[in-house]
Design a protein around this ligand. Sequence first.
Ligand code: MN
Length: 271
Amino acid sequence: MALEEYRRKRDFSKTPEPEPKVGAKKGSELFFCVQKHLASHLHYDFRLEHKGVLLSWAVPKGPSLDPKTKRLAMMTEDHPYDYGEFEGVIPEGYGAGIVMLWDKGIWTPEVNDVDAALKKGDLKFTLNGYKLKGSWVLVRTGGRFPGARGGGDRSWLLIKHRDEWSGDLDITEFAPKSVKSGGDFEDILGADAPAVWLTNRPAKGGDAGAMLAQIIERAARLKAGRDAEGGERSAKDTNEANAPKAARVAKTARGRATAAKRPAARQKRRR
Ligand code: MN
């Protein structure tokens, strides 16, 4: 499938996401990844390499290792192969937010004809990633979310098959961080944001800029919630939306994360 939709939704002079290049890969192993994406809603983008592109599904709750827990997976537009290793900040436009490479590895179809399986709406496969392993299936559901291109439904279910890799461990809770950097959203933001934003500043006062500021605050709150039980400063204490430069926004977010760590450290010393 072509990448027109991916291309159409993005301005490559303004986003650090890679421009599509088809056929960039070598070897016969098929790549898969899951990118945790803090955008307007937190979700997990599940991607399977097929014919030079990444077939993509947005999974709002993320994958479950429990075969009884079927996770909604909305099929989205194909992404370029090179996008699969991307981790960083999308400053504005479609998908604005923070992308974390949550898992990656090799996938193997358990069917002879992937295209036929996709058409049928029943794709069985094996994953060999850092977090997700063993046998899985993507099954298209009936009729609730008709596809934009006519023909077919966009809603699928991602289901773990029962095997030695299934269980009731909540993998998104147990292993929430990046397999690329080891960091969480806040770390990714702190590491990558200045470089990205020097050349890709969000439009001042624009919707995308305001939305990104909100996402930065959410990332900081997620971090604060994990690092300290109470005692962290409210996200409202500083108003990133009014910061004159995007770089200062990143600095503020980092400063808050450091501040959030302090109470926990103090408690330790007291004991
Ligand atoms: Mn996404």
